[in-house]
Design a protein around this ligand. Sequence first.
Ligand code: ARG
Length: 432
Amino acid sequence: MKLWQKGAPNIDELFERFTIGKDPELDMEIAAYDVIATKAHVEMLASISLLSDAETKLLVAGLDEIYESVLQKKFVIEEGIEDCHSQIELLLTRKLGEVGKKVHSGRSRNDQVLVALKLYAKAELEKIAFQVRLLFELLQRKSDANKNVLMPGYTHMQVAMPSSFGLWFGAYAESLIDDLILLKAAYQIADKNPLGSAAGYGSSFPLDREKTTRDLGFRTPNYNVIYAQMTRGKMEKACATAISSLAATLAKFSMDVCTYAGQDFGFFKLDPKFTTGSSIMPHKQNPDGFELVRAKCNQLQSLPTELQLILTNLNTGYHRDLQILKESLVKGFQTMLDCLAVMQVMVGGLKVSDDLIEQNKYDLLFTVEEVNKRVLKGIPFRDAYKEVGALVNSGKYVAEREVSHSHLGSIGNLATEQIKAAFDLEFEAFER
Ligand code: ARG
């Protein structure tokens, strides 16, 4: 019997399975947060005298027990029960009888799922931000350790100018700062309490929304009850946008490694622990880990579009369509956390080649340096540019490989301290 069934005939089995969908599995992610929010709701109902002290005590103890069972992975959504919200209320009613039936005053599953999803999103965004910090610190260490190791810089896939591995690792560290800004924005959007908006039109009970906001650790309520319901989807999209930005950073990094670890470039040596072999070619040490991060992170970049398309023609108010958003959100968080974990061990094992620049094919990296030397002697840049260009065309250009170049100009300036300070500034939002 469903929460909403009023003795009407049983519903069609196929239809029931279709509408319940993946909720029994996905709701395991949010069940603990639903219990936490239900407890806050119960305590608030007590504070406005809708529950007695004795009833409140019983309900809180019942909810604590359910919370434990969720943590111990013993909580299951039974056959035919729609979602975690229904299951939790069912367990309370089974245990406490009449009292259990009182928790739903002034509440709808619409604000229940919203508040649970926001608490879930906040916790997942925090996990991601902490993993991003670990990756950031690793990249900064690698950047510092390789600041003097020259790396050929390319534009259009053509040899361009000298760069350094320090600069390359540092670029990805700095990229994570901008991803963190989006994670922070998603966090701030999730950090508003929808509880008390009920079905999306509030309640005639004097619900104390400020109290549940404080007790659940939200920054503010979603004040307008209709808007509170509108945040279903909007909040997920903010998370997906942040995940997508971070995914683009990881995918690009992986693409660089896959390209540059190949024999044609030979910039990186992969730690054999993080390679796979071939069943026929005995020499193979393939970068499958980076390839899978690349594929998964490229796929994650479709999440905002996926959510947008689900939401695009929905008008004000709850629609069952919104249930589907959970699939994208949970997948987004889980896949991103997997990728961040594996990236850290793989990047840790990455070794760079320190003698690349000696190869003849990299002579051309130093043409701009040659031009600049002439400029310093007083020759106008455009004339010096033409002189060196003519030398290259005639085959008479001889490169002077000045390794000291790495200490000069922009490639020698890693700004490690400033980058760290900028990261820490954005990270503060997650350290409350
Ligand atoms: N499982 C539902 C969801 O994720 C919970 C809300 C159900 N509300 C309703 N009015 N049918 O959206």
